[in-house]
Design a protein around this ligand. Sequence first.
Ligand SMILES: Cc1cc2nc3c(=O)[nH]c(=O)nc-3n(C[C@H](O)[C@H](O)[C@H](O)COP(=O)(O)O)c2cc1C
Length: 200
Amino acid sequence: MTESHLTETPAETPTRPLRVVAVSGSLHAPSKTTVLLKEILASVSRELPIDAHLIGVHEIGEQFAGALRRDQLPATIEAELDRIESADLLIVASPVYRASFTGLFKHLFDFVDQYALVDKPVLLAATGGSDRHALIIEHQLRPLFGFFQALTLPIGVYAKDSDFTDYRVSSLDLQERIDLAVTRALPLIRSRRESLEAAL
Ligand SMILES: Cc1cc2nc3c(=O)[nH]c(=O)nc-3n(C[C@H](O)[C@H](O)[C@H](O)COP(=O)(O)O)c2cc1C
């Protein structure tokens, strides 16, 4: 090896922004669930360059609610499913409705390919009227994404209505929980990304 080889610095590959797709299961606008997702996205973007896309079920629900199979979906919904399936990081949140996620949130994920989320980091979040249904994250969202063999991130974020004032996060505890969930997620997201880039 010549000296010039020894001193050469490898050409740096610019890292593209992390493709983050956030899915809100809320049926309303304005929505506390969507506000929560935006706060989580803001927290991630303080740590990493991201290319964020937010999907609101309240906006697109009517386009897929009546479909029974994926081949019946319009191109707009197919494009949203492609974004979900190809994201580097998914952040999903639903309001609690009747002790579960909303029906349309589940209906959207029923169209996602069974193997498209394998090993994909997924940050789980939910909102509810009180703390009584906070375990929706562990008992309903985590098993759903476990079915997909996704990498559900260790800390989920649950918010109750009183954590918001005028559709803004007004609880310091909630803001800290968001930042903690993101901080704990980052090493997993970074290491998965590095291994995917090394495999290219
Ligand atoms: C039809 C319906 C059912 C609900 N069921 C529950 C429930 O079972 N448990 C709960 O904690 N909150 C329940 N809520 C309250 C919502 O989860 C809560 O207000 C949530 O923050 C609304 O989110 P959004 O502003 O994004 O729509 C329900 C609300 C509606 C409209």
